[in-house]
Design a protein around this ligand. Structure first.
Ligand SMILES: Nc1ncnc2c1ncn2[C@@H]1O[C@H](COP(=O)(O)OP(=O)(O)OP(=O)(O)O)[C@@H](O)[C@H]1O
Ligand SMILES: [Mg+2]
Length: 284
């Protein structure tokens, strides 16, 4: 009698890391972009995935899908849902990936209709991204897939969380952030309660745009630190990123900070490399 050999599926090597915070302008895109290049400098193969309809990350890679009308992550997500066959656009994942030192799958403004498009489907709406990544074997092609999230806690972000292994949360140390961070942990608990995926680990909360001269920020930061420690039982807040003009300069030229060799860029090289180190240490 012949038995079909059942191949044992190995756990793929790649890890999905969403950068998220429901607040806007806290540095998600900036951290995602530069930390991806920090890991690429260490020889890792990194894919950036833009899940924000604003498509800021795509613009940093020099891609404007609004202007070019090219296919983007929205089309891949829709195509991956069989029930939506009538609105599929023929394309493969490799048609959408732009290759470079760091690869990118761009976003498009069509993503703003994601929630509505998915409203009527019967398959699990939270797992569309996870299944897309698995089906296309992207977790075996890349060491890390960085997901830049929009400033919401909507379905796009829930998809990023459900596909994620470890998350990075940049924030501005102000009074509003305290509530926001607690909402974020409530939401992680909600995802856990759904019982369909393992909730990703929070790798770091990164205070950003900190002005060292402002005493109130120092106090707020301390309070946020205590709040997180109380909630999760450990200090997950790393050293702050200060407000630095060099970051604005590099972004205006659509370059990572590692494209600049000047002394004034060294603290930024160091900080983004530290984020890369946190991710690698966790993954080892
Ligand atoms: N440490 C920093 N120093 C100076 N400017 C910064 C720093 N971090 C981010 N910025 C600037 O702040 C602005 C907002 O950053 P970014 O777009 O990364 O935030 P975001 O959280 O992705 O925003 P959104 O929620 O709208 O997507 C950008 O103009 C960026 O260049
Ligand atoms: Mg952004």
């Amino acid at each position: 009698m012949f038995f079909k050999k059942v191949e044992k599926k190995e756990t793929p090597k790649g890890k999905v890391i969403p950068f998220l915070n429901q607040k806007g302008g806290v540095g998600k895109t900036t951290m995602c972009f530069n930390s991806a290049f920090a890991l690429a400098k260490k020889g890792k193969k990194v894919l950036c995935l833009d899940m924000d309809p604003q498509a800021n990350l795509s613009l940093l890679f020099g891609i404007d899908t609004c202007e070019s009308g090219e296919l983007n992550i929205h089309h891949l997500l829709v195509n991956s849902v069989r029930e939506l066959k009538s609105i599929h656009t023929p394309c493969l994942v490799d048609d959408v990936i732009h290759e470079g030192e760091v690869d990118i799958i761009p976003a498009g403004q069509e993503l703003s209709g994601f929630e509505l498009t998915m409203a009527a489907i019967s398959s699990p709406r939270q797992l569309i991204l996870k299944k897309l990544l698995e089906k296309n074997d992207l977790l075996n092609r890349y060491d890390y897939i960085f997901v830049d999230c929009p400033p919401t806690l909507g379905l796009l972000v829930v998809n990023a969380i459900c596909a994620g292994h470890g998350v990075i949360v940049p924030f501005r140390p102000d009074d509003f952030s305290k509530k926001g961070i607690m909402h974020f942990y409530d939401m992680l608990e909600d995802v856990q309660d759904m019982g369909i995926v393992e909730v990703p680990q929070v790798l770091a909360h990164i205070p950003n745009l900190v002005d060292a001269r402002r005493k109130i920020e120092e106090t707020d930061l301390l309070e946020i630190r205590e709040l997180i420690s109380k909630r999760v039982g450990e200090d997950r807040v790393v050293d702050p990123f200060f407000n630095r003009a060099q970051l604005v300069k590099s972004q205006a030229s659509k370059k990572s900070v590692f494209d600049y060799g000047g002394k004034e860029f060294r603290p930024l090289h160091q900080q983004f490399t530290e984020i890369a180190d946190i991710i690698e240490t966790w993954n080892n």
